[in-house]
Design a protein around this ligand. Structure first.
Ligand code: CMC
Length: 429
C-alpha cells in the first residue's frame, strides 16, 4: 500500500507551542496531514462533522478525483472497465487487486456458480416478512442470516479460507435479492440456473415464472453488467465506511455487509435512486413542470432536494452518470421503451445545469440520476433499485473489508467528540 511520509511537515501552533505533523502523499499526489499522534502530543483533537476532511485509511482500491470527474478501480479508468469488462471480472479485480488470468477467472466463475443456492431453511425466513416489507430490510436481515449458516468467518482472524466466504457472499446475495423481489410480488421463488452467467442468472431468478419460458436478453444482461460495474466501488462512501467501522471491531464479513446494506438504504446515499424516480413521477403527475420543482429545490425554507444531483466528492459531472446516460438511451431504444420520465429527467438536467444555484454549488447529476430509468426499463420496480445498488457495491465492500484485515495499521475505529452537555451536577435526592 502506498501513502509515503514526505519530508514536508505541517506546523500547528497551539498554546504558544509548535506541533509538527507529518505530511503523507498518495500515489496520485493527493496530500494529507497525519494527525494520529496529535492528541497524545498536544491534548487536542480535530473536529470534522461528516468527515469532510478526514482520511480514515490508506487504500489502494479506488481512486477518485472529484474536481476532474475521474474514477478508477485499481488504476483502471471506469470508462475502460465499463466498455470492456464484466461484473465478475471487475469484482475479482477489486477484491484481488489485479485482473484475473484465464485460469483464475474460470476458477472464480466456477466458484460463484457453485455457491448460487441458499440453504433451504433460509427460504422459510421469507415467510416471516410481510409482503409490504422494503426489500433492503429483507436483504440486510437475510445477509446477516447467512452468518448463522456459515460460521467459518465468526472469527475473521481464524478464517483460513476467506475466498470461500467471499464467493458465497457474492453468489448468494444475488439469490437473496431475487427472492426478496419474488416475495414482494407473491410469485414462487425461482432457483438459480448455473448454466447462465452471473447477471443472466440473476435476471432468470427475477423474471422467470414456472408457467412460461424465459430467455435472457443479451442486451439487458449487458446493461445489467454495466450498471453493476459502475456501482462496484467508490472508496470511503457512507456504506463502505460503515463496513469498515463494523469490521474494525473484528465483526464477521456477513454481519459487516449487512451493516453496509442498512447504511446504503438511506436517501442521501443509495436510496437516492428510488427517490429520483419518485420525484420524476411527481413532476410527471404535475404536468411535467420541471421549473416549479427546481424552484422548490433551491428554496432554503423547503426540505426538497433535487434527488440524483450533487455529490460529496464530485464537483464535476459524475463520470458514472455520463456512461449511464448513454447506456440508458441505448437500452430504451433496444427495448422500444418510450418512458416519459426519461424526457422529464433530461429537461430537469438541462434546467439545473443552466441555473446559477446549481452551477455555483457544483451540483451535477450523479450515478443515481439515470440508473433508475434503466432499471425500470428492465422491469425492476422502484423499491428494488437500492437492492441493485447493494448487489453492485458488494465487491467493493468486500475489497475494503479484506484490505483492512491485511493492513498493519488496522485497529478499532473509535472517533472522539467534543462534549457539549451538562457539567458535573448532583443527582437530586
Ligand atoms: N438539491 C438542491 N440543493 C442541493 C443538493 C440537491 N440535490 N445537493 C446539495 N445541495 C446544496 C445544499 O443545500 C448546500 O447549499 P448551501 O451551501 O446553500 O447550504 C450545498 O448544495 C452543499 O450541499 P451539502 O449538503 O453540504 O453537500 P454534502 O456533500 O453534505 O451532500 C449529497 C452530498 C449527495 C448528500 C447531497 O448533494 C444530496 O443530498 N443530494 C441528493 C441526494 C443524492 O442524489 N444522493 C446520491 C449521492 S451519489 C450516490 C451515493 O453516494 O449513494
Amino acid at each position: 500500500m502506498d501513502g509515503q511520509t514526505t519530508s514536508e511537515k505541517a506546523i500547528l501552533k497551539l498554546d504558544g507551542q509548535e506541533v509538527e505533523l507529518p505530511v503523507i502523499t498518495g500515489s496520485e499526489g493527493e496530500k494529507g496531514i497525519d494527525i494520529s499522534t496529535l492528541r497524545k502530543t498536544s491534548g487536542y483533537i480535530t473536529l470534522d462533522p461528516g468527515y469532510v476532511n478526514t482520511g480514515m485509511t490508506r487504500s489502494s482500491i479506488c481512486f477518485i478525483n472529484g474536481e476532474e470527474g475521474i474514477l478508477r478501480y485499481r488504476g483502471y479508468p471506469i470508462e475502460q472497465l465499463a466498455a470492456n469488462s464484466n461484473f465478475v471480472e471487475t469484482s475479482y479485480l477489486l477484491i484481488h487487486g489485479e485482473l484475473p488470468n484465464p485460469e483464475e477467472y474460470e476458477r472464480f466463475r466456477q466458484s460463484l456458480r457453485h455457491h448460487s443456492m441458499i440453504h433451504e431453511d433460509m427460504r422459510h425466513f421469507y415467510e416471516g416478512f410481510p409482503s409490504s416489507a422494503h426489500p433492503m430490510a429483507i436483504l440486510s436481515a437475510m445477509v446477516l442470516g447467512l452468518s448463522t449458516f456459515y460460521t467459518e468467518n465468526d472469527d475473521p482472524e481464524q478464517d483460513d479460507n476467506i475466498d470461500l466466504t467471499v464467493c458465497r457472499l457474492l453468489s448468494k446475495v444475488r439469490t437473496l435479492a431475487a427472492f426478496s423481489f419474488k416475495k414482494s410480488i407473491g410469485q414462487p421463488f425461482v432457483y438459480p440456473d448455473n448454466s447462465l452467467s452471473y447477471c443472466g442468472n440473476f435476471l432468470h431468478m427475477m423474471f422467470r415464472v414456472p408457467a412460461e419460458p424465459y430467455h435472457v436478453d443479451p442486451e439487458v444482461e449487458r446493461a445489467l453488467n454495466l450498471l453493476l460495474i459502475l456501482h462496484a466501488d467508490h472508496e470511503q462512501n457512507c456504506s463502505t465506511a460503515t463496513v469498515r467501522m463494523a469490521g474494525s471491531a473484528m465483526t464477521n464479513l456477513y454481519a459487516c455487509i449487512a451493516a453496509g446494506i442498512t447504511a446504503l438504504w438511506g436517501s442521501r446515499h443509495g436510496g437516492a435512486n428510488q427517490a429520483v424516480l419518485e420525484q420524476l413521477a411527481i413532476i410527471h403527475e404535475n404536468d411535467g413542470d420541471v421549473s416549479r420543482f427546481v424552484k422548490l429545490a433551491k428554496d432554503k425554507n423547503s426540505s426538497v432536494r433535487l434527488m440524483g444531483f450533487g455529490h460529496r466528492v464530485y464537483k464535476n459531472y459524475d463520470p458514472r452518470a455520463k456512461i449511464i446516460k448513454e447506456a440508458c438511451d441505448r437500452l430504451l431504444d433496444h427495448l422500444g421503451v418510450q418512458d416519459p420520465l426519461l424526457e422529464i429527467a433530461r429537461k430537469l438536467e438541462e434546467v439545473a445545469l443552466n441555473d446559477s444555484y446549481f452551477i455555483d454549488r457544483n451540483l451535477y447529476p450523479n450515478v443515481d440520476f439515470y440508473s433508475g430509468i434503466m432499471y425500470r426499463a428492465i422491469g425492476i420496480p422502484n423499491d428494488m433499485f437500492t437492492v441493485m445498488f447493494a448487489l453492485g457495491r458488494l465487491p467493493g465492500w468486500i475489497a475494503h473489508w479484506t484490505e483492512m484485515r491485511q493492513d498493519p495499521d488496522d485497529r478499532i475505529h473509535r472517533p472522539r467528540q467534543i462534549y457539549t452537555g451538562a457539567r458535573l451536577r448532583d443527582y437530586p435526592v
